[in-house]
Design a protein around this ligand. Structure first.
Ligand SMILES: Cc1ncc(COP(=O)(O)O)c(C=O)c1O
Length: 480
């Protein structure tokens, strides 16, 4: 099954597509479709409206649409079959644009903008010391707790209740980070080759997990305004994916926050489609300017379709490797059974540290928000000064800025920036191969002075791309 785009939906995506006097309409139309595909706003494998339908929606002749579709077919961006319609493709076919490998290099002066994570908060040391005093209470047992330590599960359950979803500890399973939680859900719920819906762009390691579990990736393209509710619900209806993975709070990489209305509609639509919704709440605590956060998607779940996954990596520290799943209690038991075949259970001491650290939640999270606000503002100030032609929407939370570049050069820019000692995460990492070249994710997790320095090096790398030859000092000097 394929997502079908109707005439008015494509017309809305196309926006102001008309060429100037020198460009015929059919070429302008084809060029705009190619641009949408390159940006990821139009997903791959989507069925475009019939020629007559699009002509009607755009108020142009069918001959113009025919010629545009023919041009797109010739360039490999459209595949048509008589009687079945036309699908978006990209020349050379689609592969996942990320291996999921994000290990930082050991170069000490490297400015790493490839990773969007903060160092540990100072309270971690006290939490670890306190946890050691809790440990003796566990030493007489075997130490295997596949669903996690009860005090940590109870603390996490209380945090959901505080957000408006009553939760009991047996609805919580502690995992080894959020990535582990997603992998467990995929293992349990998605048979090989079944469709999994993800946002485009999305978090690269989620994409890697879906591909690793041999799920068939379907995408919902995010626009500048975020999710298109009608299109997303239609995609669920038409494709009936086994699982949909969404990041509704300060989506990685775009920073979008899903509104209440769509949150309310999603679980019921997923239930009708037979889809389990995996809702990644990694950034939910990192609101920077939102006056009030919307209710969790799970608050609208009447059919046990929602698995909320979250964890401590973003607000606290990735090195803790503590995440969780909130789901119906029987589902938690099934997930724990899968987990036993993988890693048995999580480390007891680390969970005790996590439970103690959550005791400092208010002060840690308040400090994180303040720090991130300052860093985000330093980043955008530097960007506005050094690269004023780049565009972005200021995120109201999370840790990343999704920047639209002045040209589709993200991959080349990332390579050029490496020679200036800056690691970047180019747009294609967040989508399927060949798309998102016009975008770059810039996290604001480094200190302000490093962000300012990084932007000035990126601006230099961008200028280099315009020069015909590489910088001469890069040529190895011949030493005889
Ligand atoms: C949306 C999202 N989910 C999951 C993760 C991974 O979290 P963890 O380190 O807890 O596995 C990240 C990390 O960047 C993320 O951005």
């Amino acid at each position: 099954m394929t997502t079908v785009l109707h005439g008015p939906q494509l017309a809305r995506l196309l926006g102001r597509w008309h060429g100037g006097r020198s460009v015929p309409d059919y070429l302008a139309l084809a060029g705009t479709v190619r641009g949408l595909l390159a940006d990821g706003r139009l997903s791959l494998g989507v069925r475009l409206p019939a020629e007559r339908e699009l002509a009607l929606a755009l108020g142009i002749s069918r001959t113009t649409v025919s010629a545009a579709y023919r041009t797109l077919r010739e360039s490999g961006h459209l595949t048509s079959r008589r009687g079945a319609g036309s699908w978006t493709t990209i020349p050379g076919g689609a592969r996942v644009g990320s291996t999921g490998l994000w290990t930082p290099e050991s170069a000490p002066d490297l400015l790493d903008l490839g990773t969007a994570a903060l160092p540990a908060p100072p309270q971690l040391a006290s939490a670890a010391a306190e946890a050691l005093t809790d440990l003796p209470g566990y030493l007489s047992g075997a130490g295997y707790h596949p669903t996690g330590l009860i005090e940590l599960r109870a603390t996490v359950a209380r945090s959901y209740a505080a957000r408006g979803v009553p939760t009991s500890p047996d609805q919580i399973m502690i995992t080894s980070g959020v990535q582990h939680a997603l992998d467990l859900a995929l293992r349990l719920l998605v048979p090989t080759g079944q469709p999994v819906l993800v946002e485009s762009p999305t978090y690269p390691n989620a994409l890697a997990a879906v591909v690793g579990r041999r799920g068939r990736v379907l995408t919902h393209g995010l626009s500048e305004a975020g999710w298109d509710a009608e299109l997303l619900l239609a995609t669920l209806r038409q494709n009936r994916p086994r699982l949909a993975y969404l990041v509704p709070e300060f989506q990685n990489p775009t920073g979008h926050l899903m509104d209440d209305r769509l949150r309310e509609r999603l679980p019921a639509a997923a239930h009708v489609a037979g889809t389990d919704l995996v809702v990644d709440e990694s950034f939910v605590e990192l609101s920077l300017d939102e006056p009030a956060m919307p209710l969790p998607v799970a608050a609208y779940d009447r059919h046990a379709r929602v698995l909320s996954i979250g964890g401590m990596s973003k607000p606290y520290w990735g090195g803790l490797r503590i995440g969780w799943i909130r789901a119906a209690a029987p589902l938690v038991q099934r997930l724990a059974a899968v987990r036993v075949g993988m890693d048995m259970a999580g480390p007891v001491l680390d969970q005790l540290v996590a439970a103690r650290l959550l005791g400092y939640a208010d002060e840690v999270v308040a400090a994180r928000r303040e720090l991130l606000r300052e860093r985000r503002d330093a980043l955008v100030l530097a960007l506005d000064k050094e690269l004023p032609e780049w565009r972005y929407r200021l995120p109201t939370g999370g840790v990343t800025l999704w920047v639209e570049l002045d040209a589709p050069v993200s991959g080349a820019l990332a390579r050029a920036a490496e020679s200036y000692g800056v690691r970047l995460a180019p747009g294609p990492r967040f989508g399927m191969d060949g798309t998102m070249e016009r975008f770059l994710r810039l996290p604001y997790t480094l200190p302000p002075d490093q962000l300012v320095e990084a932007v000035s090096r990126i601006a230099a790398a961008r200028r280099d791309l315009e020069r015909p030859a590489r910088r001469t000092w890069e040529a190895p000097a011949l030493v005889a």
